[in-house]
Write a protein that binds this ligand. Sequence first.
Ligand SMILES: [Zn+2]
Ligand SMILES: [Zn+2]
Length: 243
Amino acid sequence: MMEVIQGVYKISGIWDQADLGANVYLLGLGGGFTLVDTGYRTKYRQILKRIYRLGFAPTRIRHIIITHHHPDHTGGLAALKELTGAKAVAHKLDAPYIDGRLPQAGPSRPGWLKSGSGLFSGMLATPPANIEIEVEDGDDLPVAGGIKIIHTPGHTPGSICLYLKQEGLVFTGDLLARRLGVKLPSMVFTADIPQEISSIRKLAELDFETACFGHGFPLRKDAGKKVAEFASKLLLLRGNTKP
Ligand SMILES: [Zn+2]
Ligand SMILES: [Zn+2]
């Protein structure tokens, strides 16, 4: 468990292992509680236990924001909504995958479609959950003291980053990951790579100090600068990136 900045917690396990699938964050800002992403389907009890351990009653969670529709981010949503009464928030283009109107999409690279899609029908199968608040680019969500929605498609059509301007903090979802440095997410699971790169450049224009990733440890210093450096490196690669 890590307090990234005051009131923002990364919910994780023993020795801070990312054992929930993707990182899950708890925001105790603006007088309410908000969860960002929900881990795999089977992890919701651990998430609730860890929120208790931080000293907060999970029933105080009013909103659960989903950065994109992949099962390592949405798995616990249905159960957590039921147990907390929270409202779910997601981009309108990913909402249909989350509420079951569209089938859960598998890995996007050819060749992985056959071998990888079994993962999505087995233990990763995610129960559908309704999205009460569908958001779009530029929306100001009156949650956690104010969150600006940045639509950053590529990894999925409705991937979003969350910008907390006052705190100088962004949640990147799987637009970026952190492994040693700032990196691209899994390319196998990324639907549109050129679009992904444009979205990283869009994020790089924002002013922020701290970045919380879907996978990997938060960057707590100079995050905006590091993302901008990474974005300019990607421009050089762009010609070689085959979808
Ligand atoms: Zn992920
Ligand atoms: Zn993903």
